[in-house]
Design a protein around this ligand. Structure first.
Ligand code: NI
Length: 177
């Protein structure tokens, strides 16, 4: 497994719609494992393939604890149901380092996907897991968490990131997705 460089905004690759994988073959398993390693190293609780420059519908998530990891792998994840109830979490993103904002999303979801063994699966999620999965699926559509907040706040965050990039300032690392 290897740790891959994480792309930070602004970057056109973070705004692209990703392509489904045909199947979870050895190449996709390798990608999933590298993404998990990259996510743990960051550290983060979720990572989507476009964040490492791969425009494929693959995400990894772990909302467990350091002493009890709970890695989950999803290819072609699709929300097939969501609750009317909503939940608000303060979200961050490894591609938008040092920036956080409250985002409102459905509180519970039902998901269809291919697992790491290429087996079709269905699962339900709520709480932080549901939020994290929705955040990562957004990445596959070229949507960032800042696209859910006010235009004013979004432009403030993006201006800050552009400035940091130009200054080649190393960015601090937080437990974000
Ligand atoms: Ni993110």
């Amino acid at each position: 497994m290897s740790v891959l460089p994480i792309i930070t905004a602004p970057d056109p690759r973070l705004k692209k719609k990703c392509q489904p994988v045909e199947q979870v073959d050895s190449q996709i398993v390798q990608l999933m494992d590298d993404m998990l390693e990259t996510m743990y190293a960051a550290p983060g609780i979720g990572l989507a393939a476009p964040q490492v420059g791969v425009l494929k519908r693959v995400i990894v998530v772990d909302v467990g604890h350091d002493d009890q990891r709970d890695p989950r792998f999803f290819a072609n994840p699709e929300v097939v149901w969501h609750s009317d109830d909503v939940a608000s979490y303060e979200e961050g993103c490894l591609s938008l380092p040092e920036n956080f904002s409250d985002v409102v999303r459905p509180a519970a979801i039902k998901l269809r996907y291919l697992d790491r063994d290429n087996t079709p699966q269905e699962m339900e999620a709520d709480g932080l897991l549901a939020t994290c999965i929705q955040h990562e699926i957004d990445h596959l559509e070229g949507i960032l968490f800042v696209d859910h907040i006010s235009a004013l706040k979004r432009s403030m965050i993006l201006r800050r990131l552009t400035k940091a990039k130009k200054a080649h300032r190393p960015l601090a690392k937080y437990a974000t997705a």
